[in-house]
Design a binder for this molecule. Structure first.
Ligand code: SIN
Length: 520
């Protein structure tokens, strides 16, 4: 395989964590590899609510940390919650300096949305549901004007070169159908910031590109994976047949929208004292139960927002318009959809993985912030905090580097995953590793994932996807309890002792070939 060596730090991904890390590393030279043109294909640009940060006078990082710990159902690392929430304000100010047009009040303060399980209105927002798009716009503009950052678009990372202890290179191929053979890129260090796993599920709010490949790549190189079983389902994906499903932001419920079913009943009131603003896992299970019972759950914005939904929440309004739904006069049909992976590559306080030379941030990482159920709008916050920390750590570890421009030869397109196999994988994950799980379904899922993996052994993309799917299902089978977003119908109780899970891909594969329901 052809090899290219550069003094640059290699960043894999093009979401918030990747761009922010590249800017924090500047003027240290960086090579950023994006499978798509910047601004498309990354989950961050689709984030609607915003960034959680204690910006209000009465609020505090301590209160934010407490809400984070409470929502996380026993497995949030308190030190991580304390430091991340403490740093939140500084990142909002940094994004503002980078040109992000957050909503501001007449007195210059930040307009804050309320989202589920937050004890304060705490989500720094942009035009109701435009936060992700606007933050990404501002960062891309800044990045394009930063000469130390070389961006290559249309190139996909397919694997890491590792001896099981240290990562020394990234294998890349074209993400378009043309080319000849993969190339190994060797840099001063590697930062993975390529998103989570939602696209492994048939019903998801994530862009199609985001399907566990980055986590799978790290796992394949031997990195330790944490909390893989904890996948968050968003209660209000718009149930309109689009794949991916458009999101109806939780901020709508924060603004007073209700959940009703086809009989007009507000079912959340009898489920939880916080009703529509109960923790996300509880609302998602209630929505799922309504769907399963044929009761057609819907988000009713009519009374709370009236016609303002059209102007104040443009992404939701556009999704409704595309699908013939008039939210001013009709409730919006919703379903619980895979939205965010709390699990990922285990990282320390500096974003370091268990492998030397490999840092990870954003949704691909598992830092201990989210526990078993992420607090709304803590995802972008975590990406910001750990992108900067990883950048600072890499600056110390990776030296000054060179500013050589990397010239990639004609790259090959890799073998594309067989569409029928991908469909089967996604349906399996939604059916057997979804909102509700049990041992029978999880064992069936592991067997199916193994068959899918064996059907296309030379397809790196598919192998990365099945690696992550295996980790999710194996960790879910091993966790014989229900906690946060992980709900086992055969083990409905939450065990008194709470612990995060840690697993390598090799361990997950052993469990897959011998799926006894081992206790955790
Ligand atoms: C939303 O706007 O409802 C999503 C926010 C999040 O997932 O953090």
């Amino acid at each position: 395989m052809e090899e290219i060596t550069t003094g640059r730090i290699i960043i894999v991904g093009a979401g918030l964590g990747a761009l922010y890390a590249a800017l924090c590393l500047a003027p240290r030279p960086v090579l950023l590899i994006s499978p798509d043109p910047l601004g498309s294909g990354a989950s961050s640009a689709w984030a609607q609510g915003g960034v959680a940060a204690a910006m209000a006078q009465a609020d505090s990082p301590e209160a934010h940390a407490l809400d984070t710990i409470k929502a996380g159902a026993g497995t949030v690392e308190p030190r991580v919650a304390a430091t991340v929430t403490d740093e939140a304000r500084a990142h909002i100010l940094a994004l503002t300096d980078f040109g992000t047009a957050f909503d501001r009040s007449a007195d210059g303060g930040y307009v804050l949305s309320r989202e589920a399980a937050h004890s304060f209105a705490r989500v720094v927002r942009v035009q109701g549901d435009q936060a992700g798009a606007e933050i990404m716009r501002a960062l891309i503009e800044k990045l394009r004007g930063t000469p130390s950052i070389q961006v290559v678009e249309g190139v996909l990372a397919r694997g890491l070169d590792s001896d099981g202890t240290k990562v020394t290179g990234v294998e890349v191929e074209l993400s378009r159908p043309e080319g000849s053979a993969p190339v190994m890129l060797r840099g001063a260090g590697v930062l993975l910031a390529g998103g989570g796993s939602g696209g492994l599920y048939a019903l998801t709010t994530n862009p199609a590109r985001i399907r566990g490949e980055v986590i799978g790549m790290a796992a394949g190189a031997g990195a330790l994976i944490a909390d893989a079983e904890f996948v968050q389902f968003h209660p209000t994906a718009i149930d309109c047949g689009e794949d991916p499903a458009p999101l109806a932001t939780e901020a709508l419920r924060g603004a007073g929208a209700h959940l009703i079913n086809r009989e007009g009943a507000r079912f959340m009131e009898e489920v939880h004292p916080l009703a529509e603003l109960a923790p996300r896992d509880i609302v998602a299970r209630a929505i799922f139960a309504q769907t399963q019972a044929g009761l057609r759950p819907m988000l009713d914005t009519r009374k709370a927002l009236g016609a303002a939904v059209l102007t104040d929440y443009p992404a939701v309004a556009a999704a409704c318009a595309r699908n013939g739904i008039d939210p001013v006069s009709q409730p919006i049909p919703v379903a619980a959809a895979a939205h965010y992976h709390m699990g990922g590559v285990a990282t320390d306080a500096h974003g370091r993985s268990s492998l030397a030379g490999l840092w990870v941030c954003g949704e691909a990482a598992s830092t201990g912030l989210h526990g078993a159920n992420r607090l709304a709008s803590n995802g972008l916050l975590e990406a910001l905090v750990f992108a900067r920390r990883a950048a600072q750590d890499m600056l110390e570890e990776c030296g000054a580097g060179g500013s050589d421009t990397v010239a990639l030869p004609d790259l090959p397109t890799g073998e594309t995953p067989d569409a029928a196999l991908v469909t089967e994988l996604r349906q399996t994950m939604t059916r057997d590793v979804g909102v509700l799980r049990d041992a029978t379904g999880l064992r069936r899922a592991l067997a199916t994932i193994a068959q899918i993996e064996a059907a296309q052994p030379d397809c790196a993309q598919l192998q990365n996807m099945t690696a992550t799917a295996t980790l999710i299902a194996a960790a879910a089978l091993a966790r014989r309890e229900s906690r946060g977003a992980h709900c086992r119908t055969d083990y409905p109780e939450t065990r008194p002792e709470a612990a995060r899970s840690f697993m390598t891909l090799a361990e997950a594969r052993v469990r897959r070939s011998n799926p006894e329901d081992a206790p955790r």
